[in-house]
Design a protein around this ligand. Structure first.
Ligand code: PEP
Ligand code: MN
Length: 337
């Protein structure tokens, strides 16, 4: 940590700052410059709250030079985390597509969609059985029945399963049906849920919170990595800004940022990011070009009849076209789909 001192600082104030830093366990090295004096506080303390120093008299600025996350950081583990689930590898050269409806609605619906996504090269079937809806009056999902239908459809068409877990009490039940647990944007900072998921032996797909910084997303990943689970997949799904023409603002810059700061794979979800199907294909192309390790896409055989998120679901022929286009982009950047 670097502490920049105010120009007119008194000797006593400087002593007081040094005393505090030492009490917090740092070694202090003072550098007197022409313009300003700085204190280098030496000692890695990811948990340290820098405001404890910022608040002291005579402090102009405090800069952290190590990341507050450890297990998720590239410094802790240089190689990319590669996650193998049955015949699917995440985080390697291949860009993996997870696709399916927003929610599992019926046996017929999930089977039709599973067939279509599998035929077009997706590897993982998505579909909510427990849905975190913004309105309590909206369709909440089929619950366990939805999980059963999702797993059956996935098995029939050779796909893996991903579905959302909303609370600790659902972990065991969902674990019987899913290959990957999804933590939704609204639960990204549900730390008790994340702590429980750090003990499961299945990967966790962690979606960026609606107003979360990249650092906060990585801190949430840190919770999941804090026990035996080492398999976290991050997902950029857009953040809330002042923009109203899209549902969220798709922060694609988080992809190269995460790749630099962390060894964890990161996916992108242009469906929830934009909220409108006409924006999904262009942003899927952009996400692949930006280096996403995979995509999460909502698709429906009859979007107009979908019980949730119909306007952002791709029509079947649009999904095929998207897959065709992103394969070309993947090839251009030395990856494959
Ligand atoms: C979802 O993927 O079903 C979902 C609800 O997305 P998010 O948590 O990103 O809003
Ligand atoms: Mn949805």
């Amino acid at each position: 940590m670097v502490v920049v001192l105010e120009k007119n600082i008194t000797a006593n104030q400087t002593l007081n700052i040094v005393k505090h830093l030492e009490e917090y366990g740092f070694r202090v090295h003072k550098t007197v410059g022409v313009q300003q004096t700085i204190l280098a506080a030496i000692g890695v303390k990811p948990e340290f709250d820098t405001r404890k120093i910022k608040i002291l008299d005579g402090v102009a600025e405090v800069y952290r030079i190590t990341e507050p996350f450890k297990l998720a950081s590239r410094q802790a583990k240089e190689d990319n985390t590669i996650i193998k689930i049955k015949n699917v590898t995440i985080g390697g050269d291949e860009i993996v597509v997870m696709a399916g409806p927003c929610a599992v609605e019926s046996e017929d619906q999930i089977n039709k969609i599973a067939e279509l996504v599998s035929k077009n090269g997706a590897k993982i079937l998505r579909g909510g059985a427990f849905k975190p809806r913004s309105s309590p009056y909206a369709f909440q999902g089929l619950g366990e029945e939805g999980l059963k239908l999702l797993k059956q459809a996935a098995e029939k068409y050779g796909l893996l399963v991903i579905t959302e877990v909303m609370e600790i009490g659902q972990i065991e039940l969902i674990g019987e049906y899913t290959d990957i647990y999804q933590v939704g944007a609204r639960n990204m900072q549900n730390y008790s849920l994340l702590k429980e998921l750090s003990k499961v032996n299945k990967p966790v797909f962690l979606k960026r919170g609606l107003s979360a910084t990249i650092e906060e997303m990585l801190m949430s990943a840190e919770y999941i990595l804090s026990n035996t689970n080492k398999d976290v997949i991050l997902c950029e799904r857009g953040i809330r800004t002042f923009e109203t023409y899209t549902r969220n603002t798709f922060d694609l810059s988080s992809i190269p940022v995460v790749h630099k700061k962390s060894h964890l794979p990161i996916f992108a979800d242009p469906s929830h990011a934009t909220g409108m199907r006409d924006k999904v294909i262009p942003m899927a192309r952009a996400a692949v070009a930006a280096g996403a390790d995979g995509l999460m896409i909502e698709v429906h055989h009859d979007p107009d009849a979908a019980l949730s998120d119909g306007p952002q679901a791709l029509f079947p022929d649009q999904f095929s076209e998207m897959m065709r286009q992103i394969k070309l982009i993947a090839e251009a950047i030395g990856r494959k789909i």
